[in-house]
Design a protein around this ligand. Structure first.
Ligand code: ADP
Ligand code: GLC
Length: 515
């Protein structure tokens, strides 16, 4: 991996905010170093956007086995980080810290601990979650807290993300309440479906005293230890990644068992929409596509389409709409509804000029892979499925498709539909969470609509939305303005970073006022 363009010696940006905050951003993935989904993208773009406003931001993340500290030219800190695994002091693990400065002055610190992270895979390998994940991410959470304590400057905000850092607020409050008096701990929920639930017998991995084993704070009703549940109660403030999802997770249907906790904390919970990093995800600068384009050179998009069709082994048909799907293959993503919907739509075709083509890029377990593979085999000139994770291909699909289909059952924010719009790739989405917050339906609003929204996730509703998109594509006088409108929508991080900044600043002021 060539990382040179991410690394820079440029110092922090000039201060645009009223006050410079010291922020530690803890995440189990950070693109392009490690990524399994949108968390990685957010963890690289949000810190940068905050740094651009003048804040001092340090990202803390694991040094996974696929990352080579030498090749990345990281600097090794002479002083290792001592990470106790129990109480304040006991059974310490010494972690090596490696760091570098990224663009716009963000510093990134990689925590190296061979026994936890020195292997291939972030959370698992070959469809199997690692058996010691309770241990690995308890360690990471504790490392984040120890790093924050030992930071050279007073830390104003410790920003934790998802269950992998769920125990950090508990460690901070339990062991170091005094030291963290002036540090606001914010926990962002990127996806409530993942909570870091482990069998009760794994409680020891937390290293926490027995009193936590006897309360419901860290345990679910079914007796499992739940890292995120703990974090949600101990963090000072909670955020999630879209306003719509902030509402959904407070309902029984969307709360994955934690809705009551979230309702109780509703005054401390806010939804801030993710942004897009347009230095990475925009057709005029994209390094992965062969022809760059923008609103004034849409011909470039046609060439990307032809190239994608060719590369995927599909007939090169400019007049057929090309649909794309870029997705983790999980329950969440609605693949089980997509497959029969596409099968029905393509089975009914009478003329080869009707219908559409579809390319799917997806990583996930055999149940989904097999279903997609079978679909592709049933319609060899229409459907191609590429299994696995392929960053460059994700970009090529964004640039080469006409329509991006995101049939998620629920979607906290969703980034692919946001990226798609910038590429003039019109989204078809299910009206849920961040998808509903970012895509407006053409039929509902013919002047401003940017895509096609199905109100419920059924085969009929999804088929209807896909058919509407396919029909609209065939009328270029209608399609072109739709593409242009989508491309003009601005989802840059600027606004979202300001929302985080106001939250952080107000928390900081409250801390100061409390003294
Ligand atoms: P989630 O975080 O739930 O996976 P998002 O839409 O927020 O959903 O983010 C998905 C991110 O992961 C996007 O950057 C998308 O391009 C990328 N992605 C998803 N699946 C793949 C894949 N199979 N190969 C490459 N990139 C992928
Ligand atoms: C999660 C969500 C996704 C969101 C991403 C980044 O993985 O599933 O909707 O965009 O996190 O916040």
């Amino acid at each position: 991996m060539d990382l040179s363009r991410y690394i820079s010696k440029k110092e922090s940006s000039k201060l645009v905010a009223n006050q410079r905050l010291n922020i530690i951003f803890a995440s189990s993935e950070v693109a392009p170093f490690s990524k399994s989904g949108g968390l990685g993208d957010v963890a690289s773009a949000l810190p940068r956007a905050l740094a651009q406003r003048g804040h001092n931001v340090v990202i803390v993340t694991p040094l996974y086995g696929h990352l080579d500290s030498e090749q990345m030219r990281l600097s090794r800190r002479l002083q290792p980080l001592e990470v106790p695994r129990k109480s304040k002091q006991q059974s310490k693990v010494e972690a090596t810290l490696w760091e570098t400065r990224l663009n716009h002055g963000v510093r990134i610190v990689f925590v190296e601990a061979e026994e936890y992270f020195g292997r291939q895979g972030l959370y698992g390998y070959d469809d199997q979650a690692f058996e010691d994940n309770a241990d690995r991410f308890a360690f990471f959470s504790r490392a984040v807290v120890e790093f924050t304590r030992s930071f050279a400057l007073p830390v104003d905000v410790l920003h934790c993300n998802d269950w992998h850092t769920g125990l950090a607020p508990i460690y901070a409050k339990h062991y170091f309440d005094e030291e963290f008096q002036d540090t606001s701990i914010v926990m962002t929920i990127h996806n409530l479906a993942y909570q870091g639930k482990f069998d009760a017998s794994e409680f020891d991995a937390t290293g926490l005293p027995q009193k936590y084993a006897d309360t419901s704070e860290l345990f679910d009703e079914d007796g499992n230890v739940n890292y995120l549940k703990g974090g949600l109660q101990y963090a000072d403030h909670l955020t999630t990644v879209s306003p719509g999802y902030a509402d959904e997770i407070q309902t029984e249907a969307g709360g994955f068992g934690l809705h009551e906790i979230l309702q109780n904390r509703s005054d401390d919970l806010v939804g801030i929409l993710n942004g897009a990093d347009y230095t990475v995800w925009a057709p005029d600068v994209d390094r992965h596509i062969s022809v760059r384009y923008d609103i004034d050179s849409l011909n470039g998009k046609r060439r990307n389409k032809a190239e994608l069709q060719h590369r995927m082994g599909l007939p090169i048909r400019p007049t057929l709409p090309l649909l794309g799907v870029i997705s983790r293959l999980t329950e969440q993503k609605g693949i089980d509804v997509l497959v029969p919907t596409i099968r029905t739509l393509l089975s009914d075709l009478e003329d080869e000029r009707d219908g559409f083509q579809l390319v799917i890029l997806g990583e996930g377990p055999p149940q989904f892979r097999d279903a997609l593979q079978e679909l592709a085999e049933s319609f060899p000139t229409r459907v191609v499925f590429q299994p696995g994770y392929d960053e460059a291909m994700a970009h090529r699909i964004q640039a080469g498709s006409d329509v991006l289909v995101v049939p998620s059952r629920f979607e906290p924010c969703g980034l692919t539909q946001i990226y798609a719009m910038r590429y003039g790739t019109v989204p078809v989405v299910h009206s849920t969470g961040g998808l509903a917050d970012t895509v407006s339906d053409l039929r509902e609003d013919p002047e401003k609509g940017t895509g096609f929204v199905c109100q419920e996730l059924t085969e009929d509703a999804l088929a209807g939305a896909i058919e509407r998109a396919s029909a609209a594509y065939r009328n270029y006088r209608k399609w072109r303005p739709l593409m242009v409108r989508a491309m003009e929508r601005d989802f840059s991080w600027h606004e979202s970073a300001r929302s985080y900044e106001s939250l952080f600043t107000s928390l900081h002021q409250q801390e100061q006022a409390a003294e």
